[in-house]
Design a protein around this ligand. Structure first.
Ligand code: PEP
Ligand code: MG
Length: 896
């Protein structure tokens, strides 16, 4: 049968199903799977699915039924009546149906469903006669009235609960299924009276009216507040709409040989391959959901006294187990199956890929690939890279009670507890005494590195996902929350106010860096296990990956962690962060205070040895891997102390009046430091700093190369380049220093000089700049800032509003702005590679660890992404997925 474009109702059952274009999006996950199960011959109650387009049309037209729908449903209903040999409303052999919702992705319990539709005061009698079970018939009618009245008519649920309780009391029983026919009949009369009183209208007796009422209610349930919130939380588009499936009822409540239940083909919490689930004898699915009766296990379980389905209904059990394994191989994934046994006949009502924990997800994907059900590449695609974070960082115990103080941006994942400290010095002092602390600051600057290093975690009241605190904390693998709501710090009183809650210095707080919540007290944590299957999956990811993954690392410790997570080199060492060492910082401050170039050079000679030793350590930790070192980037003013006590202490240490420090700060002060004398500009104005760093890099590479026996090819990168002439000029300076160092050591090593592309002008003139560069490293943090003209440190204040209003889809500092910044990158790549076809290209901004951005970089032909050490596994997996998808797209295009 050919699919007609206007066809909106699709039948299934008895080994057949009408084909639909874009089956999952038009029929919903449930409708599409029912059609598929029917095609492969599974026992599915016959029925039909109304496509999602009809829901959209219904909602858009002010809730009017779209033209043609009535006729199509009538035709489908007539066909259903024919195959079932039953008829809606028939007094001899009445057909009962369920009317179910089902969106493209499962939204469990968010939308409405009506069961047992078609019953009325007369058909209930016919059902009683047909089944020879009046109790069953009246119980089913009472369930229908209750469900239809609450879902379709809007009668309050409590009304029925009260009546039901009254009926149980009157009959002197505890459970609903102990009510006899007479009690049920009385209960039904009570229900009907209540409905009429509440709605001023009698309960609809006409099955056709019931059917259309239920279809409209299911359409409308797409817009109910539960569903709207769920979609917002899970990023499901509002435009999709729900499909409606109308299906012959089968009854799990029709006697001792009947049951209903849920089965999983593997354990959803551990991933173990074992048939697993629960069932209820003589019950309907809603009994399980409502929790009124406790279900029993499918398989014998020594911990549970009641009999399993395998013992009670052995024939149905083995049939179910067989069908379940068939479904798993057919769909190639762990299935979550709803079934009903109606008087000994097994029916499958629904199957879908079961929800699972991250650990279970990895185990299932790896085992399915080993069992050859799916390919290794498919296993790699199955895991959400973002969820891999959970496997690396400790997390808050999900069962622990939480007292929330504030919610902010989840800038760096993980969980930590410590005493509140309000200054970095206090953090260092406390850590020296062995106390764990959380550093609470308005924001952080390079001045705070020592405090951040000493703290367990960091909270700031300002800043975004790429603020100083965020970037540094991610690099350190510490939880960090930025823009914490309601946070005000009063240092004079020694308190941090979170809204109305006041927390004193020394009081314990806990950070949940994964959700962005600040919690009161010490909340228990759990360490996630990195299982063997995780390692296997990552190996498979590496096999299919094209882009390399490097780390942003500034210390030997960071480099070692990055290497243990599989980093293939260092993409960015921010050398300014190496001044967290107190001696180096002090010397650097003296360099800045110097009046003459000669004094500066003398002091830089003393700094040189420290830099060289630090570089050697980095090279040693990354044997055989490339290491890229960035010349000093921040404005000099950032290195000087900013508060009076520390300014006084520093002045005393260098034996100068404190006014000199103030004067120097005043000279260096800039209105817009981010756009000021930093990066390449600094290297041009103070060449002696760039020369010292180059000498230190080259000497370290010679030394480390000799020690390891393998040559090291250092990469030197110049930040914030705009002009070709800037890089040309600096290249001469750097080359001269490198040559001089090599001569002094009688060595000749290869080294690369490149630039960070982080200003649009560099991208626009990439053709020329490539002439002076061996490589480009895209600094997407600054490139986003400079392309959009949005301050990366202040963006969250208004971007959150933009996101709410839908002006932008993603925060451009988290996920690369494809159309803007992405386009700038593409132009730079095209122009750069037109000049130098083998120009090495990397991304070193925070986007290098973001899966959606990584997918974009794969498309552009970037050679490597670089990210903080704890993002490496995420980036490896995301890069592998991007490569698999790109290959699939290319194959499909070639086929077409
Ligand atoms: C960038 O701007 O993207 C970058 C890598 O450097 P930083 O974050 O240090 O400015
Ligand atoms: Mg930058």
């Amino acid at each position: 049968m050919l699919d007609q474009p206007e066809k909106s109702v699709f039948a299934f059952g008895r080994g057949k199903a009408d084909p639909a274009v874009d089956e999952t999006s038009r029929l919903g996950g449930k409708g599409a799977n029912l059609a598929e199960m029917s095609r492969i011959g599974l026992p599915v109650p016959p029925g039909f699915t109304i496509s999602t387009d009809m829901c959209r049309a219904y909602l858009e037209s002010g809730r009017r039924l779209p033209p043609g729908l009535k006729e199509q449903v009538e035709t489908a209903m007539a066909a259903l009546e024919k195959v079932t040999k039953q008829k809606l409303g028939c007094l001899k052999n009445p057909l009962l149906v369920s009317v179910r919702s089902g969106a493209q992705v499962s939204m469990p319990g968010m939308m409405d469903t009506v069961l047992n539709l078609g019953l009325n005061d007369e058909t209930v009698e016919a059902l009683a006669k047909r089944t020879k079970d009046p109790r069953f018939a009246y119980d089913t009618y009472r369930r229908f009235i209750q469900m239809y009245a609450t879902v379709v008519i809007g009668v309050p649920h409590e009304l029925f609960e009260e009546r039901l309780e009254g009926a149980r009391d009157l009959a002197g029983v505890e459970r609903d299924d102990e009510l006899d026919v007479e009690a049920l009949k009385k209960l039904i009369i009570g229900y009907l009276i209540d409905i009429e009183a509440d709605m001023d209208d009698p309960f609809p007796q006409d099955p056709q009216e019931q059917l259309w009422g239920a279809i409209k209610a299911v359409f409308s349930s797409w817009k109910n507040p539960r569903a709207v919130t769920y979609r917002a939380l899970h990023g499901i588009p509002d435009e999709w709409g729900t499909a409606v499936t109308v299906q012959m009822m089968v009854f799990g409540n029709s006697g001792p040989e009947s049951a209903t239940g849920v089965a999983f083909t593997r354990d959803p919490s551990t991933g173990e391959r074992r048939f697993f689930g629960e069932y209820l004898l003589n019950a309907q699915g809603e009994d399980i959901v409502a929790g009124t009766r406790t279900p029993d296990p499918l398989q014998p379980d020594p911990a549970r006294k009641r009999k399993s389905m395998r013992e009670k209904l052995p024939h149905s059990f083995s049939q179910l187990q067989q069908l379940a394994s068939m479904l798993e191989s057919h769909f190639g994934d762990m299935q979550d199956i709803e079934f009903t046994i109606d008087n000994g006949s097994l029916w499958i009502l629904q199957t879908r890929s079961g929800k699972r924990t991250i650990n279970a997800g990895i185990r299932i994907a790896v085992e399915l690939a080993k069992e050859k059900v799916i390919s290794k590449a498919e296993a790699v695609l199955r895991i959400d890279p973002a969820s891999v974070d959970q496997l690396i960082h400790p997390m808050i115990d999900p069962d622990a009670a939480r007292k929330k103080l504030s919610a902010g941006l989840p800038a760096s994942p993980g969980a930590a507890t410590g005493a509140v400290v309000l200054t970095s010095d206090a953090a260092v002092e406390a850590a020296a005494e062995g106390r764990k602390v959380i550093l609470v600051r308005p924001e952080t600057s390079p001045d705070d590195i020592h405090g951040m290093a000493a703290a367990e975690g960091i909270v700031t009241s300002r800043g975004g996902m790429t603020s100083h605190a965020a970037v540094v904390a991610r690099g350190m693998g510490k939880p960090c929350i930025t823009s914490a709501s309601g946070l005000h710090i009063d240092r004079s009183k020694g308190v941090a106010r979170f809204g109305r809650m006041v927390v004193h210095e020394g009081e314990l707080i806990t950070l949940d860096g994964s959700s962005g919540e600040v919690l009161l007290g010490n909340v228990p944590k759990v360490q996630r296990e990195v299982s063997g299957d995780f390692a296997t999956l990552m190996d498979w990811a590496d096999d299919v990956r094209r882009m390399r993954v490097r780390a942003n690392a500034d210390s030997a410790e960071d480099a070692a962690i990055a290497r243990s997570f599989g980093a293939q080199g260092i993409g960015l060492c921010r050398t300014e962060n190496m001044f967290s060492n107190a001696d180096a910082l002090h010397l650097m401050r003296m360099v800045i205070m110097s009046e003459s170039e000669r004094d500066r050079r003398n002091l830089l000679d003393r700094l040189y040895a420290m830099q060289r030793d630090a570089f050697v350590e980095l090279f040693v930790k990354m044997p055989g891997q490339p290491v890229c070192l960035r010349l000093l980037d921040p404005p000099l003013e950032e290195f000087l102390p900013h508060d009076v006590p520390r300014q006084e202490a520093f002045a005393k240490a260098i034996k100068r009046p404190v006014q000199d420090v103030h004067l120097r700060l005043e000279q260096l002060r800039e209105i817009n430091p981010m756009l000021g004398n930093r990066g390449a500009r600094l290297a041009i104005c103070y060449p002696e700093i760039a020369e010292m760093q180059t000498r230190a890099i080259i000497e370290a590479a010679i030394e480390a190369g000799k020690a390891s026996g393998a040559p090291i090819v250092p990469e030197i990168v110049v930040p914030l380049v705009s002009y070709y002439q800037e890089l040309r000029h600096l290249r001469e300076t750097l080359d001269a220093s490198a040559q001089e160092t090599m001569r002094a050591h009688k060595a000749d090593i290869r080294y690369l000089i490149g630039c960070i592309v982080e200003v649009p002008r560099a991208a626009i003139r990439a053709d020329l700049i490539a002439d002076a560069a061996d490589f480009f490293s895209f600094g997407t943090n600054d490139l986003t800032q400079t392309t959009l003209g949005i301050s990366r440190d202040d963006a969250s204040q208004f971007l959150s509003r933009y996101l709410e209003l839908g002006i932008i889809e993603h925060d451009p500092f988290i996920t690369v702005d494809r159309e803007g910044v992405g386009d700038v990158i593409k132009q730079a790549i095209a122009k750069g590679r037109a000049t130098k076809p083998d120009l090495l290209l990397g991304v070193t901004g925070e986007h290098g660890g973001d899966p959606a951005s990584i997918a974009f970089f794969e498309e552009t032909g970037i050679d490597y992404v670089s990210c903080s050490p704890y993002r490496i596994p995420v980036a490896r997996l995301a890069a592998a997925q991007a490569a698999v998808r790109a290959e699939r797209t290319a194959k499909a295009a070639a086929k077409a």
